[in-house]
Write a new protein. Structure first.
Length: 146
């Protein structure tokens, strides 16, 4: 599958969602021995490129985000045309009989996206998927269906 690599995360300053490339930046020079990956030295960024014309310099926008909210775009859209990201909560509906299933979390594991233990692409063959929120904006969304 060929898909765009896009991430989203909640900006620390404003709490709004930002979209673009993900970059984990270390605020100090990494040391090749033992202590390279201290989490307190990391800043998590979503980076968007600006646009310039006529060979003018391009500005780059970078937003510091909460690393717990960073999620990757799956490359798929739901039945309403919304992009599906990690940590989205979605429901899926059988196309044949319109049976609605319980809400499921979209997650990434072993180089693939899953919903409710099943590979997401497999579910989308026979079902319509509709994103109804995400676990960061509504932590109880999954429990509401139970």
């Amino acid at each position: 599958m060929n898909r765009d690599s896009e991430f989203r995360g909640k900006e620390i300053k404003t709490g709004r969602w930002v979209y673009g490339g993900y970059f984990k930046h270390y605020k100090r020079q990494p040391c090749p021995v033992n202590d390279c990956d201290k989490e307190e030295d990391a800043v998590h960024l979503i980076i968007k490129s600006g646009f310039a014309d006529w060979n003018m310099p391009r500005g780059i926008e970078a937003f510091e985000v909460d690393p717990k909210t960073v999620g990757e775009y799956t490359g798929e859209k739901d039945r309403k045309g919304n992009k599906i990201y990690e940590d989205d909560v979605a429901k899926y509906i059988n196309r044949k009989d319109q049976t609605e299933y319980s809400k499921c979390l979209v997650y990434f594991q072993d180089s693939a996206f899953f919903m409710d233990e099943d590979l997401m692409n497999h579910i989308m063959i026979d079902h319509d998927i509709e994103v109804i929120g995400n676990v960061h904006d509504n932590k109880g969304l999954l429990e509401e269906a139970e």
